[in-house]
Design a binder for this molecule. Sequence first.
Ligand code: SF4
Length: 342
Amino acid sequence: MVKRKSTFLSPKKMPPLNVLPTEVRLDASTLCQLDCVSCYMRKENYAAHGAGYLKYSDFVNFLDKNPYVKEIELSNSGEIFLNKDLLKIIEYAYQHDVILYADGGVNFNHVSDEILESLVKYQFRGVVVAIDGASQEIYSKYRRKGNFDAVIDNIKKLNEYKKKYNSEFPLLGWKYVIMETNDFETEIQSAITTAASLNVSIVFRKSWDGYITKNEEILKRDDYQTVINKDGSEQMPCIDFFERPQINWDGRLFGCCVNCWKDFNVNVFDIGLEKALNTEIVIQSKKMLMGQGVCKDSPCYQCGLYRNMAHIHNDKLGYWIRLRRKLIPEKIRKKALKILHK
Ligand code: SF4
């Protein structure tokens, strides 16, 4: 499995607001050649992100202006391999000791040999390929216009380059989101067998539409249960806003990977990350997520996750973030607020 930092919000990991993130999420492309059934980007005409890709000149400018950023997640709402500047971006990051990865997911349908080789040569850290099936028939039910064999061929080619360079990078993952259309024992078993033969770690995930697998073995797996942590707390994308903020391909700050409706009205490429994170709206939004005040102009104000937190807070339970089973104690909240008010 591709190793990555946990995004779970737990008291121990609560980040102080005055620390600049060494990691960001910078969307390399919102373009996509597929037509996945429930993709909000295609349904909503690219939503607030707009259609486009990260330009090499912006990437260079971003790294030069923000030298404390050392790790970048490139995937979010499109296919990074449709970025025409990707080769140069990968090479530049490598030359400047910046780690790149795509754990959010790629479809891997069209990747040139040159790019595949560069992923190995320039030590791209990890790639998670979204493959929701083990055959063309099942895979293409959700990933319309996708070609299962092409994806598997690209994984094989990448493995050849890894052999050639004697490299373990990029680490490869296979993400299988279980939906009604692919929840078959034979298909799931075939995916497990194929992944093993390709030396790829497979993980099974719940579908956003709430469908729960009927496969008892999958139900027991930790990877399928990732929405809930072992200690009972809930995964919160909000932590990314604090630890590795989401930046759009054109530099607009979106905060986290969930937000697709409104940016923070600030452009990181124009003013730099530090200034962007210190704008009033960002500070007020973070305070709001920490249970201190309300910022109606914030994109977070429109978010269901914030509404959930606010509801619980208003119930005067004494907790500032609602976690599904385990809530953050008041004393931790107070400590975080102290840091905030320094
Ligand atoms: S409240 Fe919603 S939009 Fe704001 S950081 Fe959390 S998940 Fe993202």
